[in-house]
Design a protein around this ligand. Sequence first.
Ligand code: SIN
Length: 515
Amino acid sequence: MTGCGGSSGWRQRADVVVIGTGVAGLAAALAAHRRGGKVVLLSKAAETATFYAQGGIAVVLPRTEDSVDAHVSDTLAAGGGLCDADAVRSIVTGGYQAVSELVAAGAHFDESAPGQWALTREGGHTRRRIIHSGGDATGAEVQRALDVAASSLDIRRNHVALDLILDDGAVAGVHVLSDDGFGAVYAPSVILATGGLGHLYSATTNPDGSTGDGVALAMWAGLSVADLEFIQFHPTMLYSGSGGGRRPLITEALRGEGAKLVDAQGRSVTAGVHPMGDLAPRDVVAAAVEARLSETGDECVYLDARHIADFARRFPTVNASCLDAGIDPVRRPIPVVPGAHYSCGGVVTDVHGRTAVPGLFAAGEVARTGMHGANRLASNSLLEGLVVGGRSGAAAAEFAAATGPARLVEPAPAVRPALPRAELQAAMTRHASVVRDGDGLARLAELIDTAPPRVLKSRKDFEDAALTAVASVVASAAAARTESRGCHHRSDHPLTDPAQAVSVAAGLAPATVGC
Ligand code: SIN
């Protein structure tokens, strides 16, 4: 990367800029680097959502009773009619190769016998097909292996991507705020791998940096997004009082090993709700928990995992989180509530991460490939991040080689509407959580419309503006979808409407549809 100086701050050049250093970002960066691209990674935060992933990676292993057809069919069933079947098949088919490359990069997965990976189950899966590491520390191992593999790459920490720089409709770089002040990294290819948006809500399983950055950057660049009304609430986030921010996840793999969801009276939460009971898809279980809480007025339900043998060894992360909160999961059921966990929608891309803006790619949670539809199947997220991350890195390097260096276009100063974060989170939590209705969504939209313009001079300013932009699209998409489907439950429209079995593109400005 070459320093270029310049009156509006520092300037650098690269072939490929990757924003984000979780599974998708690092897989993308490594693939672009292997193709000879000069790669710069921008990272604003120390923690990634990848690190916190517990359950594992859903992958079809050769020479097992599992099949690509079965994994595709489970994914489509969970997705509530909105998955793109071709995208699902493509990503599922790419899984084993991508996991093998991860293993070649040094990742280790738990074994049930020498040379044989241990497989677990989670909600919506009809087979045991989830590989895991360190019991319930899969994400930490994936992150560790990719961090080591990418250690020689140019990773810029504390660099906030404020805006995309466009030149004649194509991407030309990223406007950045770093410890050295404002600057720009110019490149013909940019990959958004910024993760999710859980901090739209007061409490979430996501790390601090999950503020919808990539979705906002894409929308500010005029791109369309889709399926943002489908925000997945994980049924079992640890309940330890009403505190906000990141809260520990209690992995679904516990239910895969037989843990039961019960209310304070010991009654099953999911009995009679779905044939798969506690292992129904996540949207079904979260809605069942929410219904039981509103029926009983209780603050939480309980996950009874007391019978699981060797708990602390199989689930060390959950065990430590519970003990930190003063709960011994071997002696008493774990108090849980649904928590904002994953965005099923995002920036519209194909299965190589390509968006409608030439040179701009997106991969991982920020992207909407069509893999997840209205509700993501458990442990399909690391899979998608690995597969589409790697493909987007390759495609971005090829695009950069074919296009040549970007022109040094001056970035515009960033001024965006931004609400105070706590006010926005409270309104999102009240009106756009597991269950919504038209009146609440209208009140949410009215509040968002009052957001005053803010000059983006800090990471916090940028994140508040990103959250405000993303919230406005979540609110309008959720209001427009007058039915219940997947993660989107409308108390005023409780039924699924076959006429609405389509993804609807949305955006802030006149949007470009497709990719
Ligand atoms: C979990 O371990 O329950 C979460 C896995 C996922 O989000 O897919």
